[in-house]
Design a protein around this ligand. Structure first.
Ligand code: ZN
Length: 312
């Protein structure tokens, strides 16, 4: 049976796009509840300036709490070397640094061109390499705006391949692809994934971060898992609604993703019935926020069986 890692990004991607400030204890409760439902990878926060994102000011504390949960991969986002230092100090297992394929987007968001970002990445890789093997976190660079940029428009696959090669040349073990703007489609995803695998090897790309801004999220997921991608990012209740389209979800909804995968026989290790209860519990912790998702609205169909039960 094929298994897929569902990487929950709600406590980072979701919380940083809403106004509510979630107390540290509530974040840790959310993380523990998803862990209990079987989620084994959670992006718990990001090490950015608390002035920029006050929602993420307690990330070190959240990491230190989350690493106590057995079998959980605790992932964080960092924008630069300073963030990477803090992530290593806190004990994060997985560190992702976003690098925008669109240089205009990079300059606008981080005020850094590709050269400056690659310097940060080189410094982060050196920090990671300096850690003893048993404590060394997994470091990856997420190529954002890989499917298109809200400022530049279309992004050519050659741009993605070129930047991916420059990142890997720095000794980075893995890159990811992010559809930051929700412009991607399955054919494009196939071009990008197979293009990177053919040029740089299968092992360098195993995960994708897709958005549902234009309703293509699960179609893109289906193409990704059929190609052999093994980690898919998503957010509980689709938290982190897209600011450009009120009422539409930005992130893929974890509950719907688990329903799709388990129904098709891909094992996620997640108990969907428990996860649907977790959704309600977390919604209570975040009053006033919008929650998305069809599986939760409609409920599980009569006689529905998860992947593991179908094989047994
Ligand atoms: Zn996202």
């Amino acid at each position: 049976m094929n298994s897929i890692t569902v990487s929950e990004v709600g406590p980072r991607d979701g919380l940083q796009s809403i106004d509510s400030l979630m107390p540290t204890a509530a974040k840790l409760e959310w993380i523990a509840l998803e862990h209990r439902a079987g989620v084994r990878e959670i992006e718990v926060g990001s090490f950015v300036s608390p002035k920029l994102l006050p929602q993420m000011a307690d990330t070190a504390e959240v990491v230190r709490g989350a690493v106590e949960l057995p079998g959980l991969t605790v992932a964080v986002l960092v924008p630069n070397q300073r963030g990477c230092e803090a992530a290593i100090a806190a004990g994060a297992h997985k560190i992702s640094l976003p690098l925008s394929v669109s240089e205009t987007h990079s300059l606008k968001n981080l005020r850094r061109d590709h050269g400056a970002m690659l310097d940060e990445i080189r410094a982060c890789q050196a920090l990671v390499d300096a850690e003893p093997a048993e404590r060394r976190p997994h470091f990856e660079v997420g190529l954002s705006t890989a499917f298109g940029c809200s400022i530049e428009g279309p992004v050519a696959p050659e741009q993605v391949f070129g930047l991916a090669a420059r990142v890997l040349d720095l000794g980075v073990a893995e890159i990811g692809l992010s559809d930051t703007t929700g412009m991607g489609n399955p054919a494009q995803l196939e071009t990008l994934v197979t293009g990177i695998w053919r040029r740089m090897g299968d092992g360098v790309l195993t995960g994708v971060h897709l958005h549902n801004t234009r309703g293509q999220g699960l179609a893109n997921v289906l193409k990704a898992v059929e190609l052999g991608i093994t980690t898919i990012d998503s957010s509980l209740g689709g938290l982190g609604g897209c600011p450009f389209a009120p009422g539409a979800s930005g992130n893929i909804v974890t509950e719907d993703l688990v329903f799709l995968l388990e129904s098709m026989g891909y094992s996620t290790g997640i108990d969907l019935e428990v996860l649907l209860q977790v959704r309600h519990a977390v919604a209570d912790l975040l009053p006033g926020e919008s929650w998305y998702g069809f599986a939760a609205e409609a409920g599980l169909p009569r006689g529905w069986r998860p992947a593991a039960a179908s094989v047994a």
